[in-house]
Write a protein that binds this ligand. Structure first.
Ligand code: ZN
Length: 278
């Protein structure tokens, strides 16, 4: 018996059979899903999530008795994804539309607010202008009134002679202002001439003026009259030239002041209260 002892490594024992194994790549699964056989044979634990989804689709198709076309299955899955995308897009579009609407409404509101503000500003400017015009008019009127209501001296260049009071046992209700004949005699303020003519009571040519405050002045012994009864006069307006007509001993202006056309008062005092100092 030949010594053919086998000293090498001993022959490995045959592997015990562990039975047939189905090792199917996922890619193959996908490509053979049409038949459904492999997927059905494979255990669920051996399938990926994607393959499981495919199996469900395949089973559904198989249940209908139709051939499961991989392209159709993929298209269906894509359509479902596409459908979701469409909904998303629709939602996004709606959001955009709502956003655009809100933006438009906001723009409109801002435009209206701007228009309202512009109108309000315009109205305020118009009111300010009207107020300014009214104020200017009021002030102009006040200035006019102040001008017309001012009081002035009846003559310039005079000498005070006989004053208001008793003189030679007789009351002299006036202030005499001596001045050359022909001196301008002027209205004390604005008023109306109530008398202009010859006096039969010794006053000679006399002018009586009722002023805006009701006071009446008498200016007598004039040489010439320059106004007529009813004539309106302004402060300082020349109404006569002085003289010595009537009961007079020399050229002068006899000035009487009758508040409210009543009893005569002292002209110097009365005029001083109105800023005129004789
Ligand atoms: Zn007098």
């Amino acid at each position: 018996m030949p010594k053919t002892s086998y000293v090498g490594r001993h022959r490995p024992a045959a592997k015990p059979s562990r039975g047939r194994q189905f090792v199917v790549p996922v890619a193959l699964l996908s490509s053979t899903v049409a038949g459904g056989l492999v997927i059905r044979d494979a255990g669920a634990s051996q399938l990926s999530a994607e393959a499981a989804a495919m199996k469900n689709v395949s089973n559904s198709v198989a249940g209908l008795g139709l051939a499961a076309d991989p392209d159709a299955v993929a298209a269906a899955a894509a359509n479902r994804a596409g459908a979701r995308s469409s909904r998303d897009m629709a939602r996004d579009a709606k959001t955009l539309i709502v956003g655009a609407t809100e933006t438009a409404e906001g723009a409109a509101a801002r435009a209206k607010a701007a228009a309202d503000k512009a109108a309000a500003d315009k109205a305020a400017a118009a009111k300010a202008k009207a107020d300014a015009a009214a104020k200017a008019k009021r002030e102009a009127l006040e200035r006019a009134i102040a001008r017309s209501h001012r009081w002035v001296s009846p003559v310039s260049g005079y000498t005070l002679t006989s004053g208001f009071g008793w003189r030679w046992g007789k009351m002299h209700p006036a202030q005499d202002l001596a001045c050359p004949t022909g001196t301008s005699v002027r209205a004390l303020s604005s008023g109306t001439v109530v008398f202009a003519g010859w006096s039969n009571e010794g006053y000679g040519y006399m002018v009586k003026i009722r002023y805006w405050d009701g006071t009446v002045s008498w200016m007598a012994h004039n040489s010439r009259l320059l106004v007529s009864i009813g004539e309106e006069v302004s402060p300082g307006q020349r109404v006569a030239y002085s003289g010595s007509t009537g009961n007079s001993t020399g050229p002068h202006v006899h000035l009487e002041i009758h508040p409210d056309d009543g009893s005569a008062v002292a002209p110097v005092t009365w005029l001083a209260k109105r800023g005129v100092y004789l």
